[in-house]
Design a protein around this ligand. Structure first.
Ligand code: ATP
Ligand code: MG
Length: 587
């Protein structure tokens, strides 16, 4: 995991090395200052000197102090500058790698991570790593270095007095390990709670209209409050442990100062220690204990970051389940489709496959209707054709070649699917249409819209084809959105066009117009039309009746009326007196 994360440092290696170097420079400067200070007090002011003070020494040493202080400041600035550069650079690379890898994910990969989980990983988790990396670069070297230097310096001044520090450090170290251990336990749980929070926000915001329609604001509010409160709770619990550190630190620091002052004063009287020496010791006291605390903080940050790191590494390391074969086929010969004893399950461990033993032959240019109750696996069936999922057993062939042998882009360019859950993106109508073909001229876009019966309403819009679509396509109606999605799919000029319940929100006469346009304008394209209304598929060359993951019937409208019970019953209920019955009311 650490390796995966550190690999992403890439072009920021130099700042990553310069940061600790600068910090060590700063520490060295900081540590020299108390020594110079002692010299000014002892020799310059002349506390220990019977001949009195020496202004020359004060000026000379004071000048040196100034230079060293400036050097220290510069090193500190350098550390901060390079540290920010390295850590923000790492964050940028992590986000980019995750995002790039997510783009290669197949539907199966996406099913594995929840969307909110991915959002947390791209945002909060990366920020954690960024902070921890910055802190580590700047402090991981600095804190131990200054701890050691201060300790050595203190021992050279007076080994006897400095041993007080050893006791204090040992005491604090043990105490801190205990406290931090308890705190990290809570920090680790925080991230799962973040997922919950993001899920609540995401679901609510993207479905705010449904929430309002069902007057579920109160419930959603409560859900959000609970998720936010859980995070608050975890942090409070963790911090409750951490707050103990500050008073314990202060108590230890002041005890040390008291002890050092007490014993130091005695030693000065006895002539064993200089006043300057005592002053330096007191400065080192602060430095040693502060740095110890800093180390503890780094420890907490790293444990928090390791939880985030694992979650990020999971995304970066996730292998796309659908990839190109070596030497893939780059050309789709025609629009014929065949299913050869296909079995498919979303979850490999699942006992009951969603599709069972499907064998079908569809000729190039045929128009095929697919009909069946909800959950009868119509969408699952067609999703196999453009390889949105891979079969578990058997093979799906397009143009006589197994879909797994094609270059994925080539295949998907030729198999255009209007998904059941389709969305538009923010941008103008033209932008959205050009997802189908980025080089399409405005004229071509207009043609596609005419075929999909989208031209009428687009022309009525204030800016026509340049009307802005809002995020998620909320400013067009359901039927309008479906028609735009069909136009978008048509622009690909595919050999196979699949419409998954894509005219469900379109009125019957427009639906008929679209089908007529298809028959006239793109006769060579194989068309698969999933629908709930028999009228939508009645005119197709052949119709597949799906039932519970199996093909129940496959033939023309007339053949099915004679031979297929399910089909006949639905037909009678939809055309007969009972009106609008559908599949689900039959069983
Ligand atoms: N992404 C998924 N992960 C796991 N199971 C799924 C997934 N999508 C669908 N299923 C399951 O597969 C079965 C078939 O679903 P499918 O969407 O193919 O039905 P459908 O015939 O298209 O239904 P509808 O008419 O409602 O669109 C259902 O039982 C469903 O629960
Ligand atoms: Mg479906």
């Amino acid at each position: 995991m650490v390796k995966t994360i550190l690999k992403q440092v890439k072009e920021y290696k130099l700042p990553s090395i310069l940061t600790p170097l600068c910090m060590i420079g700063e520490v060295i400067c900081e540590m020299i200052i108390p020594i110079l200070m002692a010299k000014i007090v002892d020799d310059g002011i002349g506390v220990n000197n019977p001949n009195g003070g020496d202004m020359g020494i004060i000026l000379r040493v004071g000048g040196m102090m100034l230079i060293i202080a400036i050097l220290g400041l510069l090193a500190g600035l350098g550390g901060a500058y390079y540290g920010s550069m390295a850590s923000t650079g790492l964050a940028k690379n992590l986000r980019k790698s995750m995002f790039d890898n997510i783009q290669t994910f197949s539907f199966a990969n996406i099913d594995k991570f929840s969307t909110s989980g991915l959002v947390t990983r791209l945002t909060t988790d990366v920020t954690n790593i960024q902070n921890a990396y910055m802190m580590t670069l700047r402090m991981a070297m600095r804190a131990p270095a200054s701890l050691i230097i201060a300790m050595v310096a203190a021992f050279t001044i007076s080994a006897r007095l400095a041993s007080i520090y050893l006791v204090a450090v040992a005491f604090l170290a043990v105490l801190m390990v205990i406290i931090m251990n308890r705190a990290t336990k809570y920090f680790k749980q925080v991230f799962e709670k973040y997922d919950e929070l993001n899920e609540s926000v995401q679901e609510n915001v993207s479905a705010i209209r449904v929430v309002k329609a069902y007057v579920r604001e109160d419930y959603e509010n409560k859900k959000f409050k609970k998720a936010a409160f859980n995070i608050y709770n975890m942090f409070v619990r963790a911090e409750k442990n951490l707050v103990m550190i500050s008073p314990v630190m202060s108590a230890t620091v002041y005890t040390c100062i008291l002890l050092i002052s007490w014993f130091g004063a005695h030693m000065i009287v006895g002539g064993e220690l200089s006043t300057g020496g005592l002053m330096s010791l007191l400065t080192y006291c602060m430095s040693i204990l502060m740095n110890l605390m800093m180390l503890g903080m780094i420890f907490v940050m790293l444990t928090m970051a390791s939880a985030s790191g694992k979650r990020i590494a999971e995304v970066i390391e996730e292998k796309a389940t659908i990839t190109n074969k070596e030497n893939p086929v780059m050309e789709v010969a025609d629009g014929s489709i065949s299913f050869d004893h296909v079995e498919f399950a979303y979850d490999e461990d699942c006992e009951q496959p969603v599709l069972k033993d499907i064998t079908l032959e569809i000729k190039s240019g045929e128009t095929i209707g697919i009909i069946g109750g909800t959950g009868s696996a119509k969408s699952s069936l067609v999703n196999l054709i453009s390889r949105l999922y891979d079969v578990t057993q058997g093979a799906v062939k397009v143009g006589g070649i197994d879909v797994r042998d094609y270059d994925i882009e080539t295949l998907r360019d030729q198999v255009s699917v209007v998904l059941q859950k389709n969305v538009l993106f923010s941008g103008t109508i033209l932008d959205n249409l050009r997802w189908g073909d980025k080089n399409a001229t405005e004229e071509e876009c207009r043609r596609a819209c005419q075929m999909a019966c989208a031209d009428e309403f687009i022309e009525k819009m204030p800016n026509g084809y340049n009307t802005e679509i809002e995020q998620g396509g909320t400013n067009v109606s359901g039927g309008q959105r479906q028609r735009l999605c069909i136009a978008r799919a048509l622009l690909k000029k595919p050999k196979i066009l699949i419409l998954d319940d894509s005219t469900s929100a379109v009125d019957t006469s427009t639906d008929a117009k679209i089908r007529k346009a298809f028959a006239e304008e793109i006769p060579g394209t194989t068309k698969l039309i999933i629908a709930q209304r028999i009228s939508s598929v009645q005119g197709c060359d052949r119709i597949i009746v799906m039932d519970d993951g199996k093909v129940n019937g496959f033939g023309t409208h007339d053949e099915l009326l004679k031979s297929n019970d399910i089909y006949r019953e639905v037909y009678e209920s939809q055309t007969g007196a009972s009106g609008d019955a559908d599949f689900d009311q039959l069983s």
